[in-house]
Design a protein around this ligand. Structure first.
Ligand code: NAD
Length: 365
């Protein structure tokens, strides 16, 4: 069996790094082919890939492999040319992309989506959503600190004292908690809110203040995810956010409801109440944004407020992001490869959840 790693089209990450390629070859007995220069932007050289035992080759040869692993799904025109026996592993996000399952089924391709792996303790080492969210939360705070025309910590100098910056974090999941921890380490005063009550204790343990807004809906059967809130709650939340935002220097928004458009928490009116020089970093940009003015993958300035929209901030540190993604993938491959061949145990909830286009479905395509 051969695994193929194509160069990502619009992302500096590489799906497998040399240390993981070596483990895949030695522990799983599988050959690995990597497209030439696939690791260039993550500072993974062709020589390092070859030294780990990978064959560095053309994209065409990589696309002939039995299992193709990439962070982002391959472009449609390439998927259309793949042999029908091909297996794919990517972040397909079928809960957002409602056409992908049918598209792959029709092409006769079988696919695992790393973002469908359950958020359980046993699956933690394969949880790409968590590993990338952690990096993104950290990077969001660094970006905010860089764009803000003030310093984060309190500073007492002979020329006078500087007050600490106030950072408000909306959504205290994996990314939000990392953003809070990073802002605290940089010396900012931090306030945060999440609709899941379990988040309160985590926010407090990081030395941040929890913003109380009564009446959020929760559902313990939603796999740890938040549920959509009704319009009355969202209106009250927007009012509270507006009061906080007017006094804050930075807003970091990470609020997501899986499979839905991101909740609108920061309307244009709130942005216009913020002080000039303030910064918003919106990690929910790719699903519509928590801020009304967010433009995905763009940084804009509105009334002196900088608004950074980016849901893939993890990619800004591609070296570590590639290592974490590769480790997540390796831990998953250990579940599905035995003696150098794919061996699927569909009784295993991790395998069954990730396999969103099954063999029999693909065969009908
Ligand atoms: P996510 O990216 O889906 O959403 C980010 C945060 O936004 C969540 O904390 C959510 O509650 C919050 N949110 C949604 N609507 C909101 C609103 N209107 N206002 C404020 N906040 C709002 O979440 P995630 O970081 O991927 O985490 C999802 C869940 O999975 C969490 O409960 C997390 O603790 C859990 N988790 C468990 C494990 C594990 O046990 N292995 C691993 C990772 C995550």
């Amino acid at each position: 069996m051969k695994i193929g790693i194509p160069k990502e089209q619009d992302d500096p990450r590489i799906a497998l790094v040399p240390s993981v390629i070596e483990k895949i070859r030695k522990q799983l007995g599988v050959e690995v082919r990597v497209e030439r220069d696939a690791g260039r932007k993550a500072y993974v050289t062709n020589e390092a890939l070859e030294a780990a035992g990978a064959k560095v080759t053309t994209r065409d040869e990589v696309l002939q492999c039995d299992l193709i692993i990439s962070y982002h799904p391959l472009p449609d025109e390439e998927m259309e040319r793949l042999p029908k026996s091909t297996w794919l592993i990517s972040m397909f996000k079928p809960y957002f992309d409602k056409t992908i399952t049918e598209k792959l089924r029709k092409l006769g391709l079988k696919a695992f989506s790393m973002d469908m792996i359950p958020r359980t303790t046993r699956a933690q080492s394969m949880d790409v959503l968590s590993s990338m969210a952690s990096l993104a939360g950290y990077q969001a705070t660094l970006l905010a600190a860089t764009h803000l025309p003030r310093y984060f910590p309190m500073m007492i100098t002979a020329a006078g004292s500087i007050k600490p910056a106030t950072v408000v974090v909306l959504g205290a999941g994996v990314a939000g908690l990392q953003a809070i921890a990073t802002a605290r380490r940089l010396g900012a005063v931090v306030e945060a809110f999440d609709t899941r009550s379990a988040a309160k204790e985590e926010v407090l343990s990081l030395g941040a203040k929890f913003i109380e807004i009564e009446g959020a809906k929760e559902d313990t059967s939603a796999g740890g995810y938040a549920v959509e809130q009704d319009e009355d709650f969202l209106r009250r939340q927007r009012e509270e956010v507006q009061r906080r935002a007017a006094k804050a220097d930075v807003l970091i928004t990470t609020a997501q409801v899986r499979g839905r458009k991101a909740p609108l928490l920061v309307p244009k009116e709130t942005v216009e109440k913020m002080r000039p020089g303030s910064v918003i970093v919106d990690l929910a940009a790719s699903t519509g944004g928590n801020c009304e003015l967010t433009q995905d993958k763009k940084t804009i300035v509105h009334n002196g407020v900088t608004i950074i929209g980016d849901s893939e901030l993890a990619a800004q540190k591609p070296m570590d992001a590639s290592i974490l993604f590769a480790n997540n993938v390796f831990n998953f491959l250990k579940l599905i490869i035995k003696d150098g061949q794919l061996h699927l145990d569909l009784e295993d909830d991790i395998v069954a959840s990730a396999l969103f286009v099954k063999e029999e479905e693909a065969a009908q395509g």
